[in-house]
Design a protein around this ligand. Structure first.
Ligand SMILES: [Zn+2]
Length: 68
């Protein structure tokens, strides 16, 4: 449809994109790089795991079953 990124007024801070991670969630090392074709996949150069960051959604109110 539209070329390029949408205007900031339409994103309202809720975008499918995420800030790049700083550490591998498995080993904690910082040697991570984007991996593969899909956005959000990362490869750790230390533990050679490939993992994916996935935006699930917004949780405006706490789930009473989660908060104990
Ligand atoms: Zn790692």
């Amino acid at each position: 449809m539209s070329a390029g990124a949408p205007p900031a007024a339409q994103t309202r801070g809720v975008t499918p994109r995420h800030a790049p991670p700083f550490h591998c969630p498995f080993c904690g090392e910082e040697d991570i790089r984007p991996y593969g074709e899909d956005a959000g996949q990362w490869r750790c150069g230390s533990c050679i795991r490939v993992w994916k960051l996935n935006f699930v959604g917004l949780a405006p109110t706490p789930d009473p079953e989660v908060v104990r």
